[in-house]
Design a protein around this ligand. Structure first.
Ligand code: IPM
Ligand code: MG
Length: 367
């Protein structure tokens, strides 16, 4: 097939890991006879430096025209001043919203060869295979009003407001996607909320129950976010698909990365109504190691696999790429975050040549 893929390297280690993701996609294209056309655009801090805005119109337009978008990371200390008018993160949020990507899928599995990297006991990791579906364009990140003001007549008291807001429509569509994804898995959806305190969570729970009725082959359970945070560390294998509000999902998915052993391993897919999706590792721009060539490319390469699966419908190719990553890890290849010494490009090469064991492809691979 022919597909146009927009690359948004972004900031920090973003360009290094996106280059690795591109190599993985090019290797897939050669092995399976597809034509992928890559276009690179600015987003995040680098876009602020070049254009004054974190998401230039041209970038958003290019993403809308593409079949899929692969992003590295945005942000860094350079743009971090509390008084900054524009922040790199605004670019990412505007992109998610601008493309209508309301569901963020974050699969978490524990590779047996990496279990020792997790601070948790091996028995807490056995059988962990869960999929987060984080709501991505609503909730606390986007609710209105959102403001800061000096309270009138208070003698200078400053007040800041963020709003946790959801409509039934927003809840239903993301919960429905969670059920659709649970079907071919273990058929179990856990909806995480704070319904003992928040009105938005009570609506969330009601809508989740209504959607569950459409999927009689699946089960639905509810759990409060505080106890779910604990269960992730004590009995994560008891989860299958987890669906939750934007900020709860942001926090819980970083927590869940502890299960996998490193934040550098985890991919994500952000999806909306159509096939267009945004794919990015869940790690950030890691300014402390940027430019050293030592970032773990696995999170981005596994994001590229999700891109093949969800935006291009290439399941066989996605599975081949995931197997290549598994193989490289099983054979002991490790970047620095995993206690090894492989560079980003060396790790990428290990993965790529497992995809293309036949000689001509391996020789033509230049990193
Ligand atoms: C993530 C990140 C982003 C988020 C930031 C960079 C805006 O933490 O993708 O999890 O909070 O969604
Ligand atoms: Mg986050």
């Amino acid at each position: 097939m022919n597909a146009t893929i927009v690359l948004l390297p972004g900031d920090g280690i973003g360009p290094e890991v996106v280059a690795a993701g591109r190599v993985a996609l090019e290797t897939i294209a050669r092995r399976f006879a597809h034509t992928f056309t890559f276009e690179e655009h600015l987003a995040g801090g680098c876009a602020i430096d070049a254009t004054g805005t974190a998401l230039p119109d041209e970038t958003l337009a290019a993403c809308k025209r593409a079949h899929a978008v692969l992003l590295g990371a945005v942000g860094g200390p350079r743009w971090d001043s509390p008084t900054a008018k524009v922040r790199p993160e605004q670019g990412l949020l505007a992109l998610r919203r601008g493309l209508g990507l309301y569901a963020n899928l974050r699969p978490v599995r524990v590779h047996p060869a990496l279990a020792e990297l997790s601070p948790l006991k091996p028995e807490r990791l056995a059988g962990v295979d869960l999929l987060f579906v984080r709501e991505l364009t609503g909730g606390l990140y986007f609710g209105q009003p959102r403001l800061r003001e000096t309270v009138a007549g208070s003698g200078g008291v400053v007040r800041a407001v963020d709003t946790l807001e959801y409509t039934d429509v927003e809840i239903r569509r993301v919960v429905r996607l969670a059920f659709r994804l649970a079907g071919p898995r273990r058929g179990k959806v856990t909806s995480i909320d704070k319904a003992n305190v928040l009105e938005s969570s009570r609506l969330w729970r009601e809508e989740a129950i209504a959607v569950a009725a459409e999927f009689p082959a699946c089960t639905l359970e509810h759990q409060l976010v505080d106890s779910a945070a604990m269960r992730l560390m004590t009995a994560a294998a008891s989860f299958d698909v987890i669906v939750t509000e934007n900020l709860f999902g942001d926090i819980l998915t970083d927590e869940a990365a502890v299960l996998a052993g490193s934040l550098g391993l985890l991919p994500s897919a952000s999806l909306g109504e159509g096939p267009l999706g945004l794919y990015e590792p869940i790690h950030g721009s890691a300014p402390d190691i940027a430019g050293q060539g030592i970032a773990n490319p696995v999170g981005t390469i596994l994001s590229a696999a999700l891109l093949l699966r969800y935006s291009l419908g290439l399941e066989r190719e996605a599975t081949a790429l995931e197997r290549a990553v598994d193989g490289a890890l099983t054979d002991g290849h490790r970047t620095h975050d995993l206690g090894g010494s492989l560079s980003t490009t060396a790790m990428t090469r290990e993965i790529a040549h497992r995809l293309a064991p036949s000689e001509p492809v391996r020789r033509s691979l230049t990193l």
